[in-house]
Ligand binder design. Structure first.
Ligand code: FOL
Length: 215
């Protein structure tokens, strides 16, 4: 791995407290957000990388939270982090730390590598992995779905660290998010994003798609 690929986080979290989970699962069902997640994390990402798949990097608990019929996540290189388990089955690759995984992931892995070449890297959770990823220098972008919910009613028990108030991250305009997805040739995803940052309403919740970049 001569060059480090850029790393993006993708996550849905409540607006006020950055709640992301409850009892080992997502606190909501947001079909349009899930479609955006699937499209963004499966996008080959432009002409030069068109034949390579992206990697999705997740912790063991997040792997277990994905319904069996959807895992491994199709059209993506599934990377599962665990300190103890060494094999999560067909179509998965396991590492015992985030930094080990990120060092192994490359568009041009060494010939002896067991891991396929990847076009890009998405960190898909959960809280422990997101927290470590925010500290990693290769992490440059966050796709954050902001969920405007009654925080009391939702009863989240798992949260993102408060990256928004550190001053290290800047929110980009919705036009930039749409342009980025267009440049990634992720045209279906662009169609899911309302212009002007308008909120989506689904299952009694309102939410908005946002993009953050490291300053
Ligand atoms: N990011 C965002 N924006 N929303 C999320 O819900 C989300 N969830 C996770 C990570 N980042 C996220 C982790 N949890 C599936 C299930 C849970 C999950 C991630 C993915 C899953 O089954 N995905 C399928 C599509 C399922 C469907 O169409 O309903 C996939 O192919 O991606």
């Amino acid at each position: 791995a001569a060059v480090q690929l850029s790393v993006a986080l993708i996550v849905a979290a409540t607006h006020a407290s950055l709640g992301i989970g409850r009892a080992g699962t997502l606190p909501w069902r947001l079909p349009t957000d899930m479609a955006l997640f699937r499209l963004v994390t499966s996008a080959p990402g432009g002409p030069s990388t068109a034949s390579l798949q992206p990697a999705v990097v997740m912790g063991r608990k997040s792997w277990e939270s994905i319904p069996k019929k959807f895992r491994p996540l199709k059209n993506r290189v599934n990377v599962v982090l665990s300190r103890t388990v060494t094999d999560f089955g067909p179509g998965t690759h396991t590492f015992s730390s985030l930094s080990q995984a990120l060092s192994a992931l490359s568009p041009t892995p060494p010939p002896a590598s067991t891991i396929p070449p990847v076009s890009s890297i998405y960190i898909i959770g959960g809280a422990e992995i997101y927290t470590e990823a925010f500290k990693h220098p290769a992490t440059s972008r966050v796709f954050l779905t902001t969920v405007y919910a009654d925080e009391e009613a939702l009863q989240c028990d798992t949260f993102l660290p408060d990256f928004r108030s550190t001053g290290e991250w800047e929110q980009k305009p919705t036009a930039d998010l749409r342009r980025l997805l267009h440049d990634m040739e992720c045209h279906e995803a662009v169609q899911l994003i309302p212009e002007d940052g308008d909120r989506v309403k689904e299952n009694g919740l309102e939410y908005a798609f946002t993009l953050w970049e490291k300053r």
